[in-house]
Design a protein around this ligand. Structure first.
Ligand code: NAP
Ligand code: ZN
Ligand code: ZN
Length: 349
């Protein structure tokens, strides 16, 4: 069985420490990937801290994976040795339910095999994520990466990119649409780039005034400092769509008032607790609050190709694996511009 070096949370809330792993022997449709880069998503931090209450340990986080194919199974068709390949948030689903058949397997009504914290169908063992040197996955759940993309900048597309791309597409971001991105973090900064590339008028709603110049550089036309109460009156009733990518608890009702009639606020952020929403904020202008979870494999490929076509990657700070606990601390303090990406060479040396 292929061995791998990894970093794991051995218990909830503990710093990550080294762990040696065995990956499964690649089956006929599997690819074995030598991981080059892995992005650090705030979901990794929520999970390591067990903020959602379903963490399983030891946990090897990481679901923004880019690497090189080291070996393929006998029936694999999509990849060959040496290809660049990527893995996102899920590595398998039931493949038979309505959502899977419709190509929306991120909403599988059966069991989703998450890249980490899931249960491998082939072995019944826990899945371990991308903070490691190698991974094995079914090629149907593995993505292709254009040579036009820089690999360290492409890794965050596998979660931050697709999680914002999918709702922007679903709710029709484009010319003549006023789109707000709430929370300029890993997801938020990709949301700005993608919505701008789709032709929407983009506004960043942020609690960090010092991110204003970055917001414009990333493609926003407007920046609203939400720590200033005046912003809530300035932008009342303004937006068609708000993508809420905030990782911390906050009051949704205040933000609903920024929507036009028939506008939608889409939650992609997953704060541990959520305050109640005032029904009048919805009924008064037929507004909606919705949620969205990553994207399908087909849509993830479409997003990667869209990014290659438009020259879009993530703004990253590359770190060695050994700096992960420091990176988590900085992410918790909202001190990241805009995604940490682990260079897995640091674990192979
Ligand atoms: P991140 O890089 O840490 O960014 C979160 C942003 O939230 C920060 O940049 C900050 O933006 C804002 N924020 C942080 N603390 C805040 C506070 N106390 N009050 C107000 N705003 C605050 O996180 P991320 O990786 O982008 O992830 C964002 C959220 O999406 C997480 O909850 C994550 O679990 C979730 N997520 C969901 C999916 C899905 O499928 N739905 C997929 C991936 C991640 P400003 O400085 O601009 O205010
Ligand atoms: Zn993620
Ligand atoms: Zn399914």
């Amino acid at each position: 069985m292929p061995s791998a070096k990894a970093y794991a949370a051995h218990q909830a809330k503990e710093p990550l420490k080294p762990l040696d792993l065995q990956r499964r022997e690649p089956g006929p449709h599997d690819v074995l990937i030598d991981i080059l880069f892995c992005g650090v998503c705030h979901s990794d931090l929520h999970q390591v801290k067990n903020e959602w209450g379903f963490g399983a340990y030891p946990m090897v986080p990481g679901h923004e994976i880019v690497g090189k194919v080291e070996a393929v199974g006998s029936a694999a068709k999509k990849f060959k040795k040496g290809d660049i390949a990527a893995i996102g948030v899920l590595v398998d689903t039931c493949r038979t339910c309505e959502s899977c058949k419709e190509g929306l397997e991120q909403y599988c009504e059966g069991t989703i095999v998450w890249t980490y914290g899931g249960v491998e169908k082939e072995t019944g063992k826990p899945t371990y994520g991308g903070y490691s040197t190698r991974i094995v996955a079914d090629e149907n759940y593995v993505l292709r990466v254009s040579p036009k993309l820089k690999l360290h900048e492409a890794a965050p597309l596998l979660c931050a990119g697709i999680t914002t791309y999918s709702p922007l597409r679903h709710w029709g971001a484009g010319p003549d649409k006023r789109v707000a991105i709430l929370g300029l973090g890993g997801l938020g900064h990709m949301g700005v780039k993608l919505a701008a590339a789709m032709g929407a008028e983009v506004t960043v709603l942020s609690s960090s005034p010092k991110k204003k110049d970055d917001a414009f550089r990333l493609g926003a036309k407007r920046f609203a400092d939400m720590s200033n109460p005046k912003s809530f009156t300035d932008y009342a009733g303004y937006f068609h769509l708000i993508i809420d990518a905030v990782s911390a608890d906050h009051d949704f009702t205040k933000y609903m008032d920024l929507l036009k009639r028939d506008g939608t606020l889409v939650l992609v952020g997953l704060p541990p607790k959520s305050p109640a929403i005032l029904p009048f904020a919805l009924t008064a202008k037929r507004r909606a609050i919705a949620g969205s979870q990553v994207g399908s494999i087909k849509e993830t490929q479409e997003m990667l190709d869209f990014c290659a076509q438009h020259g879009l990657g993530s703004d990253v700070e590359v770190i060695p694996m050994q700096k992960i606990n420091e990176a988590f601390d900085r992410m918790a303090r909202n001190d990241v511009r805009y995604r940490f990406v682990i260079d897995m060479a640091s674990l192979k040396a």
